[in-house]
Design a protein around this ligand. Structure first.
Ligand SMILES: NC(=O)c1ccc[n+]([C@@H]2O[C@H](COP(=O)([O-])OP(=O)(O)OC[C@H]3O[C@@H](n4cnc5c(N)ncnc54)[C@H](O)[C@@H]3O)[C@@H](O)[C@H]2O)c1
Length: 356
C-alpha cells in the first residue's frame, strides 16, 4: 500500500444504515493484493465503502482497518457473515481457501468478488458456482486483464467482427522475480499465474471452449527447485473447439519488470495488447534510446484493478450479472489443471480428462 494515502473520510462511517447508494464491503485477506483492493474500495470507488477487514494473522485486520477507516476488524472470518454493514466481500486470502470462503459468503447472502483462482479443483469450482446461484448473489472473479484498456479494445474489435475469426492467440506473463520459494507449489505457475492467460485466451476467443492442452515446464530461474518439483517457467499450447490454436507462457523472473502481453490473429487482422512502458516517453542520447519499464502488477494494472471492483460494485448495487463469472473461472481452471496434468504425464491432456 502506498505510504502517502489521503486520510479516509470518517464521516462516512457506518451508523446502522448504509450511506446512500454505497455498498458495504468486507475485505477477506489483507496481504499484498488485499491491501490494494481495500485501498481501492476505500478511496477510489464512489459507490462503495470499506465496512470491515478480516484476516486471521494477529493484528493484520486491525492495522488495515485502522488505516482506511473501516469499522470492523476481525481475526475470525466468520464474524463477517454476521456483520449487517457488509453487503459484499472481496476475497484475497490464499488460493486454497477461496472456494470455502465463496460458499460461506454466498450462504450469508453477501455478494462475492473472489481473487483468482476461485477454486483449485473443478469439484470446488462447481460448489462455489452452485452456492452463489442458490443464494442469488453476485459472484465475480478477479481476472483484471479483461478490464485493461488494450484487452478491452481487442475484445471490442472481436465483438464488432473487425478481427474476424480467431486463428492464433497468445498470452504471456513475466513476473519481476524476487519471490519466496516457500510460497510456491508445483502447480502455482498454472493455478495462480497462467490462469490469467488461460482466461485471457477465452476472453479473446469468445464462445469457444478449450478441448486439449499440452504443457512443458521447468525450473529455469531457480534450477535447484526442480528437486522439489517446483516450476518457474512454462509454455502451454491450447486447442479450442472452433479450431483456434493458442500459446500461453510464463516465467517468474524478467530482469526488466512485470510484463503481460497478448495477441490475436484473426481472419480480419491482428490485435496486439500490452506495453510495459511506464510512460510513452523515450530518452534518446549518445548512449542510445531508453524507455522506462513498469516494475510490478499493481502499477501496470492499477486502472484495471479499480475497474473490475467498480464493475463488481455496480453489479451488487443494481442486481445485474457480474462481467466475469464463476463459469469463466471454471473454464480457466480446467485449462490450468489440464496443463499441470500434461506436465506430469508428458503428453497432451484433453479437457474432458481433467480430474475433478
Ligand atoms: N489478480 C492479480 O493480478 C493478483 C495479483 C496478486 C495476487 N493475487 C491473488 O490474491 C490472493 C492473495 O494473494 P497475496 O499475494 O495478497 O497473498 P498474501 O500472502 O500477501 O496475503 C494473504 C493474506 O490472507 C490471509 N489469510 C490466510 N488465510 C486466510 C483465511 N482463511 N481467511 C482470510 N484471510 C486469510 C493471510 O494472513 C494474508 O494476510 C491469491 O489468490 C493470489 O493469487 C491476484
Amino acid at each position: 500500500m502506498s505510504k502517502d494515502l489521503p486520510t479516509p473520510d470518517r464521516s462516512q462511517a457506518h451508523d446502522g444504515t448504509l450511506p446512500e447508494g454505497r455498498v458495504g464491503i468486507a475485505l477477506i485477506g489483507s496481504g499484498r493484493m488485499g491491501a490494494f483492493h481495500a485501498e481501492t474500495v476505500s478511496l477510489r470507488l464512489p459507490h462503495a465503502r470499506l465496512a470491515a477487514v478480516a484476516d486471521p494473522a494477529p493484528g493484520a485486520a486491525e492495522r488495515l482497518a485502522g488505516t482506511l477507516g473501516a469499522d470492523g476488524a476481525y481475526t475470525d472470518v466468520t464474524q463477517v457473515w454476521a456483520d449487517p454493514a457488509v453487503d459484499a466481500v472481496v476475497i484475497a486470502a490464499p488460493a486454497r481457501s477461496h472456494a470455502d470462503l465463496v460458499v460461506a459468503a454466498a450462504a450469508a447472502g453477501k455478494g462475492v468478488f473472489c481473487e483468482k483462482p476461485m477454486a483449485v479443483t473443478l469439484a470446488d469450482a462447481d460448489r462455489a458456482i452452485e452456492a452463489a446461484r442458490t443464494a442469488g448473489v453476485v459472484l465475480q472473479v478477479g481476472f483484471n486483464r479483461r478490464f485493461a484498456a488494450d484487452w478491452r479494445a481487442a475484445r471490442a474489435l472481436l465483438d464488432a467482427g473487425t478481427l474476424g475469426t480467431p486463428r492464433l492467440l497468445r498470452s504471456l506473463t513475466r513476473d519481476p522475480g524476487g519471490f519466496d520459494p516457500s510460497r510456491v507449489r508445483p502447480d502455482t505457475i498454472f493455478l495462480e499465474t497462467l490462469i490469467h492467460d488461460f482466461d485471457t485466451l477465452g476472453f479473446l476467443n469468445p464462445g469457444a471452449q478449450a478441448v486439449e492442452v499440452f504443457a512443458t515446464a521447468g525450473a529455469l530461474v531457480e534450477p535447484e527447485w526442480s528437486d522439489r518439483g517446483l516450476l518457474d517457467t512454462a509454455v502451454v499450447t491450447v486447442r479450442f473447439d472452433n479450431g483456434a490454436m493458442a500459446v500461453a507462457e510464463a516465467c517468474f523472473e524478467a530482469a526488466y519488470g512485470y510484463d503481460v502481453r497478448g495477441e490475436v490473429l484473426g481472419s480480419g487482422g491482428m490485435a496486439t495488447m500490452g506495453d510495459g512502458r511506464r510512460t510513452g516517453m523515450a530518452f534518446s542520447s549518445a548512449a542510445g534510446r531508453v524507455v522506462d519499464t513498469v516494475r510490478g502488477d499493481q502499477e501496470l494494472f492499477a486502472d484495471a484493478y479499480t475497474a473490475e471492483l467498480a464493475a463488481f460494485v455496480d453489479a451488487v448495487r443494481t442486481g445485474t450479472a457480474a462481467p466475469v463469472t464463476g463459469e469463466d473461472a471454471r473454464a480457466a481452471l480446467a485449462i490450468a489443471l489440464a496443463a499441470a496434468q500434461s506436465v506430469r504425464a508428458g503428453r497432451p491432456v484433453r479437457i474432458d480428462e481433467v480430474e475433478r
